[in-house]
Design a protein. Structure first.
Length: 143
């Protein structure tokens, strides 16, 4: 994990087991890489990961929209650097942009929208106020 200015960067080691017969990352793994990076953003920026958020704070953040553009193949040859930005924050919804780069080339760009829910009831709920205050200062709408 690293920070570059206001950008949060999460490094992922792509493994042989992440690859398909074409020797590139299996398509289904790429959203997982992005979600891993968002979970790391929560831990680094908010101080709580998704596991703790759900179990200790009874707040879930299921995704309601996922959009990705694949730009170049991902392989185990180089570290995958995922840059995470919180681009929108609503009453219950959060939008994250995740951009993946490998060996200096853009690999993917994605947008991920999730909503806050009361985890034990799976009912929409506003974000806890302490988290909201922190997240408001982290919104990067400009990109």
């Amino acid at each position: 994990m690293a920070e570059s200015g206001d950008r949060f960067v999460h490094d992922i080691t792509v493994r042989w087991s992440d690859c398909d017969p074409a020797n590139i990352a299996y398509t289904g793994r790429i959203p997982n890489f992005a979600l891993e990076a968002i979970d790391a953003w929560w831990a680094a920026k908010i101080g709580i990961d998704w596991f703790e958020l759900n179990l200790d704070r009874n707040t879930g953040t299921p995704f309601v929209k996922l959009s990705m553009e694949f730009l170049s193949p991902i392989t185990p040859r180089h570290t995958l650097r995922c840059t995470v930005r919180l681009t929108k924050l609503g009453r219950t919804a959060m939008t994250f942009a995740v951009d993946g780069h490998q060996d200096g080339k853009a690999s993917f760009a994605g947008e991920f929208v999730c909503v806050a829910v009361q985890a034990d009831r799976f009912k929409a709920t506003p974000l806890p106020e302490d988290m909201r205050l922190t997240m408001e200062s982290l919104v990067d709408a400009e990109g």
